[in-house]
Design a protein around this ligand. Structure first.
Ligand SMILES: [Fe+2]
Length: 476
């Protein structure tokens, strides 16, 4: 098992740095050390630490090449369990930042990030899916540096910094952190956005395509869940280019679509459930010029047809953000094409705003009268090795008044995985660094991949205090 880390090292004075892991938070014993890495033009260094034990809490720090820590900054993460694996993950999107691109971007420093961090520290979640709008810089200039300044703003906000150093994160952008509002393949900053993403995320090795301007879609497998993370921004037609029902009004390129379909079949062939990370609302009435799937109805129906033809419906759950609300649909909404299970969780810190629907539950915007919400979701995947895997979705509100948490949505449902597997016959932890889309056919030996990769998006190592006054955002 391997963890990948991206660290930002300011005032880099050494040629090489290393990352160390310990099971002790005081590093009295160094259990594992990465190979040496140098910083790039944006002061980012990528580290990989292998041979991690399963089901283990590790602490991590960055050191000079001689093993001396460059400061007292310590992150943590927990590795997955071997064999049949149940786990919890957090997910959400949409986190406020100042909107002007450039140096000094300030990002949300809300208490919700303390609440999420505490769950990670308490081992109540060990993974986070960030569904985009990590910042709201709306960058339209094709300049990679602007994207890094915005990401720096996110990871320099003290509470976000503390959260993301203690919680491995997988990320897919939405419009505001990819380019201008409602952006498409025509976004003038598209290539800079992709370059920054590839440089920044620690898990660039699992991206499905490797070209400098290729869309950064990817998948990974945990236990018997295949997470398929589509990019529905950088390859889509501009909204309203064609009528919604015109098959030219596509969201995915032909390449991404065939990859998406092959990933879904791979899940079926490997007795896995499908967690489709789909950043935009799926449940929406059809209409020309809409930014969500309602404006891309022909493309939506293509996916529905594939799901139906391959009998995949009861294997899939969609995780979505974008809408600044919590919601769940059990498949029965009139606008839920394909009758899929859909879980929405947002906004981490943004103005309350329902979209799409109707939903079985929600949309919920508990804003305490402020107009702003701080909300996220937790998905619990309960696998006992049977034909079905139980999913629990909790939509969580962090009060805008006393910052306590309450559960606004609490639903459970089963998804079909396939051939049962007993914990005694399951494989041990795999060190595979990517999910395989060419897995064994149904009926062959079952394979359980535990945490094909465990990733931090970032560990910010600041040798100087770059924090901009977070108090300026407490009015929200
Ligand atoms: Fe948003």
């Amino acid at each position: 098992m391997t963890i990948n880390i991206t660290a930002k090292i300011l005032n880099a004075s050494d040629n090489f740095y290393i990352a160390q892991c310990s099971i002790f938070n005081n590093f009295s014993i160094i259990n594992l050390t990465s190979s040496a890495a140098s910083v790039d033009n944006f002061n980012l260094a990528k580290f990989q630490i292998s041979n991690l034990l399963p089901n283990t809490k590790y602490y991590v720090r960055i050191c000079y090449s001689n093993g001396v820590p460059i400061d007292n900054y310590v992150g943590s993460f927990k590795t997955p369990v071997s064999g049949v694996y149940s786990f919890k993950l957090g997910f959400a999107s949409c986190s406020f930042s100042s909107s002007v691109p450039g140096p000094g971007v300030t990002a949300s420093n809300q208490i919700i990030y303390d609440r999420i961090a505490q769950k990670a520290i308490n081992n109540e979640i060990d993974l986070f899916l960030h569904l985009g709008d990590m910042h709201y810089s709306d960058i339209s200039t094709n300049n990679e540096a602007l994207f890094h300044q915005s990401y720096d703003g996110v990871f320099n906000a003290p509470r976000q910094n503390n959260c993301w150093k203690n919680l491995p994160m997988y990320y897919m952008w939405d419009d505001h952190d990819y380019g201008p509002n409602d952006g498409s393949k025509l976004n003038p900053s598209r290539n800079a956005a992709i370059a920054a993403y590839r440089r920044r995320v620690p898990y660039s090795s699992i991206l499905a395509k490797n070209g400098n301007t290729d869309s950064p879609y990817y998948s990974f497998v945990r236990g018997r869940a295949r997470f398929i993370v589509t990019d529905i921004r950088s390859e889509r037609e501009e909204k309203g280019t064609y009528p919604s029902t015109d098959s030219r009004q596509q969201v995915l390129s032909p390449d991404q679509k065939s990859w998406f379909f092959s990933e879904m079949l791979a899940a079926k062939n490997n007795s896995q459930i499908i967690v489709w990370v789909n950043t935009k609302p799926w449940i929406s009435s059809t209409g020309d010029g809409k930014d969500d799937w309602g404006g891309y109805h022909a493309a939506r129906l293509e996916i529905v047809d594939f799901i139906n033809q391959n009998n995949l419906r009861d294997r899939i759950v969609i995780l979505s953000g974008d809408m600044h609300a919590l919601a769940f649909d059990d498949g029965s909404s009139i606008n839920n094409y394909g009758s899929l299970k859909v879980c929405h969780a947002a906004a981490l810190d943004q103005q309350a705003r329902p979209k799409g629907g109707p939903y079985t539950l929600g949309p919920i915007t508990n804003d305490s009268g402020t107009g702003w919400v701080t909300q996220y979701g937790v998905i619990e995947i309960n696998d006992t090795g049977n034909t079905s895997i139980n999913i629990n979705f909790k939509g969580i509100v962090v009060s805008k008044i006393d910052f306590t948490e309450s559960i606004a949505i609490d639903v459970s449902f089963d998804l079909i995985a396939g051939i049962p597997i007993s914990s005694s016959s399951s494989s041990s932890s795999s060190s595979s660094s990517s999910s395989s889309s060419s897995g064994s056919s149904e009926g062959a030996d079952q394979q359980i991949l535990c945490g094909s990769i465990v990733s931090f998006i970032n560990v910010c190592h600041n040798k100087q205090n770059l924090f901009v006054n977070p108090l300026s955002f407490l009015y929200k």
